[in-house]
Design a binder for this molecule. Structure first.
Ligand code: DGP
Length: 112
């Protein structure tokens, strides 16, 4: 499975940097965001180093489905928001695909 030695989330997947892991599958890891924006804020990432959601979809559509299924299972309530920030203009800071799961409060729209 490909990993980027300079990637923060690859290091979390490998256990080299600690994170509060809440769920894991053969292909994904879910851990709490270090800077939570909601009472429950979890990031679901592929173990494989893929840069964004489109790259996940192109590599393995089933992996994208697993990310979404895992997100639903870690959300603390029936209502939640899923976000893939994509590219610098889309607010992406860590260039290893991650699905934000935000829940536990009323979401507002539009987001910033
Ligand atoms: P994004 O802007 O979509 O690339 O979000 C990156 C998220 O990653 C941001 O909400 C904060 C989170 N984050 C950054 N560094 C760490 C870390 O070392 N550990 C954890 N758990 N989360 C991190």
């Amino acid at each position: 499975m490909s990993a980027d030695p300079d990637c923060l989330f690859c290091k979390i997947v490998a256990g080299e940097i600690p994170a509060e892991v809440v769920s894991e599958t053969e292909t994904t890891v879910a851990f709490r965001d270090v800077n939570p924006q909601a009472p429950t804020h979890v990031l679901v990432v592929p173990k494989q180093h893929l840069v964004d959601a489109a790259q996940v979809a192109a590599a393995d559509a089933g992996l994208l489905a697993t990310l979404v299924a895992e997100a639903a299972s870690v959300a603390a309530s029936d209502g939640y928001r899923l976000v893939f920030n994509t590219g610098a203009e889309g607010g992406q800071v860590v260039f290893h695909a991650h699905l934000h799961v935000l829940s536990g409060r009323q979401m507002t729209w539009p987001p910033g």
